[in-house]
Design a protein around this ligand. Structure first.
Ligand code: PMP
Length: 434
């Protein structure tokens, strides 16, 4: 049973007892607390390549990758060197640097929709700012988001939210006022007819539609080509702004993100995770005419003391340079297909009802007999089975996301041998679960 097989070491257990006295739930972000799988978290000592090492001296193959950023693997030597070199020149100036323009150039060159960009400090800041700019640029109030999509803890977007909000039973958070969320329309993901209906009911009222073009935050769910195309058409027709939240998918599903991979170009894009190379950073950008609304070019206020921080810029810039000069995407797709097929066969052989859904290096094993296209489908998954799978894999030295409603991520350092080792571990765990 799950309750008795939690195999965290004594040092992690002690560290959690201390942490929980000092921080809410013992953590600085809820997703990492292991609450959904019934247990307490591993405490990490260090990481390199595809591996995490906990403070009990145990090694795990890592399928979180810091929830997305670590596409080059942990502690990539060139990225670490860039960080050290930047830090030696001072860690923050509050004044412009040439390095910021270089990174902006790299982002604009890579992401089809971005003509101008602002650097911020997190994905949450990126989506919060993009929504404000979209409202400012259109003079409209309403926004459309999709149930089970997560865009950070922005008040107006913390409605029917995915990720930890869904996992821990708080998709609509206390503390978000009616005022903050009354202009948020929640729609069903992958429902093209539903979107057409919303625009028919609110002509000229919607400032923006924001979505994850491939969702990571209700588990891995791809937006269908028809759905993405309908969103592009309906927003264009109505004069609303289409925002792709590519905080997870940006620089991961292709250098230019999901928009490059699927050939649908939004008006604005939000970025995070990989763009900071493992340091705190986000970015938002889009058409020049929209981004020119931002102060001091325009009137929409958005600012940040540490925005464009030189150490974070160095890490992000080096990461994007490596991704451009030596693209890992073909390898990631190949390894993703291998992992998906291996886990699918293992679950089938164990006789477990399941779906493996994957795009590139994002993937989820859903404990669900039916395909997951939207939150209503995801919500029907067997969470208890997922918990047993998660803890079984921890026992085998494989660290998966601690929720059914998160996609796994892997890096270019996850070799074929490591993928096969993971499949073998999953096979063992799933056959014991059956
Ligand atoms: N958007 C998406 C799609 C995300 O996955 C996340 C974080 N997982 C965010 C926004 C928020 O980013 P951050 O945690 O950096 O604030």
């Amino acid at each position: 049973s799950t309750a008795t097989t939690h195999s965290i070491g004594p040092r992690s257990a002690a560290a959690f007892e201390r942490a929980v006295q000092l921080m809410p739930g013992g953590v600085n972000s809820p997703a990492r607390a292991f609450g959904a799988v019934g247990g307490t978290p591993l405490f990490i000592d260090r990481a390199e390549g595809p591996y995490l090492h906990d403070i009990d001296g145990r090694r795990y193959i890592d399928y979180i990758g810091s929830w997305g950023p670590m596409i080059l693997g942990h502690a990539h030597p060139e990225v670490i060197e860039a960080i050290i070199k930047a830090a030696e020149r001072g860690t923050s100036y509050g004044a412009p640097t040439e390095a910021e323009s270089h990174l902006a150039d790299q982002i604009i060159a890579a992401v089809p929709s971005i003509e101008k960009v602002r650097l911020v400090n997190s994905g949450t800041e990126a989506t919060m700012s993009a929504i404000r700019v979209a409202r400012g640029a259109t003079g409209r109030d309403k926004i459309v988001k999709f149930a089970g999509n997560y865009h950070g803890h922005v008040d107006s977007l913390l409605v029917s939210a995915g990720s930890a909000a869904a996992t821990l039973g708080a998709p609509d958070s206390p503390g978000v006022t009616e005022g903050a969320s009354k202009d948020t329309i929640v729609a069903r993901y992958n429902d093209a007819d539903g979107i057409a209906e919303i625009f028919a009911n609110h002509p000229g009222e919607i400032a923006a539609v924001i979505l994850e073009p491939v969702v990571g935050n209700m588990g891995c769910v791809a937006g269908s080509p028809d759905f993405l195309q309908t969103l592009r058409e309906e927003t264009t027709k109505d004069g609303a702004i289409l925002i792709f939240d590519e905080v997870m998918t940006g620089f991961r599903l292709a250098l230019g993100g999901a928009q490059e991979r699927f050939g649908v170009t939004p008006d604005m894009t939000t970025l995070g995770k990989i763009v900071g190379g493992g340091l705190p950073m986000g970015a938002y950008g889009g058409k020049a005419e929209i981004m020119n609304q931002v102060l001091p070019a325009g009137k929409v206020f958005q600012a940040g003391t540490l925005s464009g921080n030189p150490v974070a810029v160095a890490a992000g810039s080096k990461t994007l340079q490596i991704l451009r000069d030596d693209p890992p995407y073909e390898q990631l797709d190949r390894m993703g297909m291998r992992l998906a097929k291996g886990i699918d066969m293992a679950a089938t052989d164990a006789g477990i009802d399941h779906q493996v859904q994957a795009v590139g290096s994002m993937m989820t094993l859903f404990f669900n007999p039916d395909p997951v296209d939207h939150w209503g489908d995801a919500d029907r998954c067997d969470r208890e089975a997922f918990g047993r799978y998660f803890w079984g894999l921890i026992g085998e030295g494989v660290y998966m996301p601690c929720s059914q409603f998160e996609a796994l991520f892997f890096s270019r350092t996850h070799t074929e041998d490591i993928i096969d080792e993971t499949i073998e571990a999953a096979r063992k765990v799933l056959s014991q679960m059956a």
